[in-house]
Design a protein around this ligand. Sequence first.
Ligand code: AMP
Ligand code: ZN
Length: 470
Amino acid sequence: MKAFSHLSRKAFPIKLYNSLSGKKEIFEPINKDVVKMYTCGPTVYNFAHIGNLRTYIFEDVLRRNIKANGYDVFQVMNITDIDDKIIKESQSSKKEIKEITSFFEEKFFEDLKKLNIEIPEKAPRATEHISEMVALIQKLIDKGYAYKSDDGSVYFSISKFENYGKLSHPDLSGIKKFQRVSADEYEKDEVKDFVLWKAKKEDEPFWESPWGPGRPGWHIECSAMSMKYLGESFDIHTGGVDNIFPHHENEIAQSEAATEKPFAKYWLHGEHLLVNGQKMAKSAGNFYTLSDIEEKGFDPLSFRYLCLQTHYQSKMNFTWEALSAAQTALEGLRKAYMSFKKDIESGKKKKRLFSRKLSDFKKEILKALNDNLNTSQVLAMLWTLLKEKSLIPAEKASLIEFADEILGLNLKKGIVIMEIIPDELIELAKERDQLRKQGQFKEADQIRLRIEEKGYELRDNENGYKIIKK
Ligand code: AMP
Ligand code: ZN
């Protein structure tokens, strides 16, 4: 996809907000043809929630925008398949770690597909890169940046790395001696020597290392895998804002201490998705998954539309009403595209060459997207352009296709009128499913009848069932 490459990169340079400088900067990649990008990926012990997915949508728009400017993109996204949360889940569910992580990894990629998120060129798993992590830790020990503790764990020594804090700017003034922290996540006012290698605990999986059996910490995983596939210095590193501290700060410390070279040039962070003003999080128990959205009859891409209406650096409050409005808007754009196409095919309007005006409009769209991914402006522009008198239907269709290469809303797809399924029916269907699983088929059939009386039908399929309006 090189939709915009004919338009000069100089005329509309990509501008991105770099968390490292705290400013919007003109994007100049290290290599002029291939942009190298690293994305912190999922911890696969549960379904991704739509907050996580908001971040992956923003990263996909970024990737598509860069490609549309004529660059190739090489993106790496790690799969965290070993960490404290996964071990806990394995212990409580009495399932093998691999069984849990393979299942949720597959589900994660299914979600990406449904949201039209392009799959990164590489998605390395942490457990398949332990030797790279061990080598990096060894290098840090050899250079005096890391030390072993009595229990066989290894820690990064914050005081040895002069530039610690350059991304997240924690207050280090009052700290004389840094404490140690063995958890992967901790608060900004608790800057500590963080763990690189965790000594084996009872009943935990482990790998051999020069410091004894154990497993890697979370932060070293991203440094080792990004540098393996992208080199010691690369262009863009992305994640959600919660990754800034300690995760990304620690990645910078480990990587730059080991190589003495700048790690990532641009750091981009997506703001959170909230529910009732609170961050959506698995630990807070206030999360929805993409299946919840589909279960209510929404097209997953209506969630993508909803996300594109808010700038990636702004917090976004999720409501079902807003999702419903996004779905209507998405259908509206698809309907408009279809009618322009029909108009062209039926030859109602005289054919003429595409006008200069069309190329001006395309430039305006590119300009908005290149300005730190102003997707909401592009959506608003599309709606205005549809009514533009100076453009013929073929030109309008061309504009929609042009914008959609980055928006990724599948606007060329014919419209399928989606029916929003009432909650009451979703509950009834769940109840019936439970009864069937318990072999209570008669009771299950009674519920099916109740659903049918309300004007809906239950269709069983290999993934379970689907509720459809008759
Ligand atoms: P995790 O699986 O928790 O490591 O998160 C995966 C990605 O989702 C990371 O980039 C997080 O920063 C991001 N993330 C987590 N919670 C939210 C949220 N509520 N809204 C947006 N992004 C989030
Ligand atoms: Zn990471």
